[in-house]
Design a protein around this ligand. Structure first.
Ligand code: HEC
Ligand code: HEC
Length: 289
């Protein structure tokens, strides 16, 4: 039996024992800084990109193939020479919310700071705290292998002017707290739109078509739409169906989601609390079709 199937069965059986309730509960505050840092790290799904197959945790080196060339993720362990161990809190916040390195150069948006920029300062500091406590690994960053002109980092300044909306997350007062929690996770740490939204010719997310699906997702995958538009199959799914799909990856017809969503479930949504998963669903339910 595949480990994912086994995990699915374990979770399913525990759910049968304690049936799901859909009470409109607020997300409880996680006050322990270490625990909450780990939880935020999971919301962000950082391992999916910063831990290479068979590589040391968070030491980077994962190859990301794109139409512009191959990106190699950097080492984000607290090693002072080759990782981010000597970064200040402000260096980290600037990288995550402005896509700028400590030396002022621009990051490529393969690092989804375009979404992480919506994360709260509180969450980012807790995340940094958590990263500081991980095992430092000495591993030099491998330079990206990009074609001209994409190898020019300075071009990203222009890209950002056109595509990067730096405004922080602002809760919508007309919506419930649960909806707002869902909006925060989906558009911030969960960075769902980075894959589920279509992009323009230069790779910027088309904000007016948020979560409408993407024919050319990561590694050329077709990424389904998540809005309640009729053509998206999630519009036919019940809340429980949606919950199972993002918690254990099982769809109502008994298939398992795979590709890059497999990593999202394994490293991120599969580790979130029931309350947060329900908040995501509440937000998706209300998305424009
Ligand atoms: C989709 C893949 C992806 C995910 C998910 C991702 N990153 Fe990255 N990250 C990258 C890439 C690629 C770069 C390099 C960007 C560049 O060189 O311009 C990067 C760069 C960084 C940097 C800058 C490192 C340096 O040495 O300059 C930090 C810090 C970072 N990521 C932290 C995080 C954290 C924290 C998370 C989770 C909340 C995360 N990343 C999630 C792909 C990702
Ligand atoms: C790294 C890219 C990526 C990210 C980030 C991502 N997804 Fe996905 N998602 C996919 C892909 C690819 C599929 C299709 C998988 C398959 O068919 O096996 C998918 C499928 C799904 C499905 C099933 C829809 C259907 O019609 O089959 C749901 C629900 C879903 N994702 C929700 C989310 C949510 C919620 C988030 C954010 C917390 C998220 N995804 C983030 C790539 C991504």
């Amino acid at each position: 039996m595949k480990p994912s199937t086994l995990k699915a069965l374990t979770i399913l059986s525990s759910m049968l024992i304690s049936p799901i309730t859909w009470a409109d509960k607020d997300t409880p505050e996680v006050s322990d800084p270490v625990k909450s840092g780990e939880y935020i790290f999971n919301m962000g799904g950082c391992s999916s990109c910063h831990t290479a197959k068979e590589g040391k945790a968070l030491a980077g080196g994962l190859a990301m193939e794109t139409p512009f060339g191959v990106f190699y993720t950097p080492n984000i362990t607290p090693d002072k020479e080759t990782g981010i161990g000597d970064w200040s809190d402000e260096d980290f916040i600037r990288a995550m919310t402005k896509g700028e390195a400590p030396d002022g150069s621009h990051y490529y948006p393969t690092f989804p700071y375009t979404s992480y920029s919506k994360m709260s300062r509180h969450d980012l500091l807790a995340l940094k705290d958590y990263l500081n406590q991980q095992t430092p690994v000495v591993s030099e960053n491998r330079p990206h292998d990009l074609s001209f002109p994409f190898n020019l980092r300075s071009l990203m300044g222009f890209w950002k002017m056109v595509n990067f909306d730096e405004t922080p997350f602002v809760p919508d007062k007309d919506k419930s707290q649960v909806w707002n929690r869902g909006a925060y996770i989906v558009n911030g740490p969960g960075h769902c739109g980075e894959c589920h939204s279509p992009r323009n010719l230069i790779g910027g997310v088309k904000s007016e078509e948020a979560l409408a699906g993407n024919l050319e997702g990561p590694e050329g995958e077709k990424v389904p739409g998540l809005t309640m538009a009729k053509e998206n199959r999630v519009s036919q799914w019940s809340d429980e169906d949606l919950l199972f799909s993002i918690q254990i990856g099982m769809t109502p017809d008994g298939d398992f989601l795979g590709g890059s969503m497999g990593h999202v479930i394994e490293n991120s949504t599969g580790k979130l609390s029931q309350e947060d998963l329900k908040a995501i669903i509440e937000y998706l339910r209300d998305s424009e079709s």
